[in-house]
Design a protein around this ligand. Structure first.
Ligand SMILES: [Ca+2]
Ligand SMILES: [Ca+2]
Ligand SMILES: [Ca+2]
Ligand SMILES: [Ca+2]
Length: 482
């Protein structure tokens, strides 16, 4: 099946027209809880895409013993013999490591060796992955033919569920159709009146330590408001001053929490950390009345990473509770209809429910942070900007080549969420210079920035269309006379 517009973004609408190539027997999980279900396969000349069900909510890149075997030349004469196929590579998802069995050798594989993408980054009962079909292992093309064989096994305490069920061999003919050609997303606003919010984790003071790339990137993005993360050693004022050097067309205001800085073209009326740990910062931005009918309530968030699910949930709960209090009588009571934006490096690599804390105000630690509360003014959840790279092909916002982190596939960690009862979305994208064409880079004054030069995170950009102020009587009269 040709892959028409499948993107590894953790969403599955793009698979709707792909029929399962195999439906594994249900309830054959044996001694484990992982029960493979439907497998879908798609391909184009560049990549092989798989979507598969595991019957239980798990994190794919942690805490499981699922192994994918690929007979990449569809020959049992080559590779490791497993369940009747000659597997040329195997990938252990939970341990984030692979092995190639090529030319009689065994080679350890990292995710980048096979261009592995995985989604969602949070827990799920189904996943989508893709691999680079043009990968070379020891200078040998990994996919020499258009036909492969696929085998999944759950190897938790011995072999548990297997897909396909023995003695079936699952052979796939790959498509050589060219990938979908997207029109690149332009970097500019669709309308100069749109308010541009950028979230950018600058990696260990990168804005100050490696200012050159950040200057080029900020000049290309031309933000109105920036949520920076990982600025520990510089003050709000130092950050605003540096941004003013890079973007000298505005006065620039800033407020800071522990390591998150909100920098704004417009004055900041009020700000406060959302909890006592001071990791996440709320600010009320004073947008000019002649252009915007409302101000902006903004939260810059950076909850703890990795396996600290509990710590992350506490901070996200505190954010949800903070928003609830902003919308409740007493205290800092927002004018109803003041739009909410939450932006930052959310580190969403654990339980899927953590995104629901932010989107739907579904508080987990209610004894500490009080009741759940739908955060949008119309009693609904916030919306997820869901930006893609300007190529349209990828959704990840983080990738790493560092020794520990590099075992993880590129993932979606940075988010911008907004109250869609008040705001409409304009242009939005993730800036990934390594995927842009030379023409696009030159036009934007950019070059390719790798993780060492700039950051392991990519800047996430969203333009918002605000309600405009009602015309004053005077203006209305003038327009009437015309
Ligand atoms: Ca998808
Ligand atoms: Ca099964
Ligand atoms: Ca083989
Ligand atoms: Ca099975």
């Amino acid at each position: 099946m040709p892959a028409q517009g499948i993107i590894i973004d953790g969403r599955f609408e793009d698979w709707a027209d792909v029929a399962p190539i195999y439906r594994d027997t249900r309830d054959d999980q044996l001694e484990s809880d992982i029960d493979f279900g439907d497998l879908k396969v798609a391909s184009d000349s560049m990549r092989l895409y798989l979507s598969f069900e595991i019957g239980v909510e798990r994190n794919l890149q942690n805490d499981n013993e699922i192994v994918l075997y690929l007979d990449t030349d569809n020959s049992s004469q080559t590779g490791r013999t497993v369940a009747g196929i000659g597997a040329d590579i195997q990938w252990a998802f939970g341990r984030r490591v692979g092995t190639a069995h090529i030319s009689g050798d065994t080679v350890r594989l990292h995710q980048e060796n096979i261009g592995l993408r995985q989604g969602p980054t949070v827990t799920s009962t189904k996943f989508e992955i893709s691999l680079n079909r043009n990968s070379m292992i020891k200078w040998v093309p990994l996919f020499p033919k258009d036909s492969i064989a696929i085998l999944f096994r759950n190897e938790q305490d011995g072999v548990q569920d297997v897909l396909p069920d023995a003695p079936r061999k699952l052979e796939i003919v790959l498509s050589n159709q060219r990938p979908v050609q997207y029109t690149p997303i332009p970097l500019g606003r669709q309308d100069p009146r749109h308010l541009r919010v950028v979230s950018y984790n600058v990696l260990f003071e990168g804005l100050f330590e490696r200012p050159g790339p950040f200057m080029s990137i900020l000049q290309a993005l031309d933000p109105d408001i920036i949520c920076f993360q990982e600025i520990w050693n510089h003050s709000a004022k130092e950050t605003a001053d540096l941004v003013a050097l890079m973007l000298p067309d505005a006065p620039w205001y800033a407020e800071k929490s522990h390591e998150g800085v909100i920098v704004s073209r417009y004055p900041i009326l009020d700000s406060h950390p959302t909890d006592v740990e001071q990791g996440n910062l709320w600010a009320l931005i004073d947008l000019p009345d002649e252009q915007f009918a409302v101000d902006l309530s903004l939260i810059n968030a950076h909850p703890p990473c990795c396996e600290d699910n509990a710590g992350r949930e506490l901070e996200l709960d505190a954010i949800a509770a903070w928003i609830r209090e902003l919308q409740s009588p007493g205290g800092r009571e927002l004018i109803p209809g003041t739009p909410m934006v939450i932006a930052g490096d959310m580190n969403l690599v654990g339980y899927a429910r953590q995104l629901e804390i932010l989107l739907a105000g579904r508080i987990i630690n209610q004894e500490r942070y009080g009741p759940s509360h739908l955060p949008d003014w119309d009693g609904t959840a916030l919306a997820d900007v869901m930006p893609y790279h300007t190529t349209g092909r990828e959704a990840y916002t983080w990738r790493s080549i560092n020794s520990y982190d590099r075992s993880f596939s590129p993932g979606r960690l940075d988010y911008i969420l907004y109250s869609d009862s008040v705001l409409e979305l304009g242009n939005h994208f993730v800036l990934c210079t390594s995927e842009m064409s030379q023409e696009e880079l030159t036009a934007a004054g950019l070059v390719v920035y790798d993780t060492a030069v700039a950051s392991d995170h990519l800047p996430v950009v969203a333009d918002f269309i605000f309600p405009v102020p009602a015309m004053s009587d005077e203006t209305a009269e003038m327009e009437d006379q015309e």
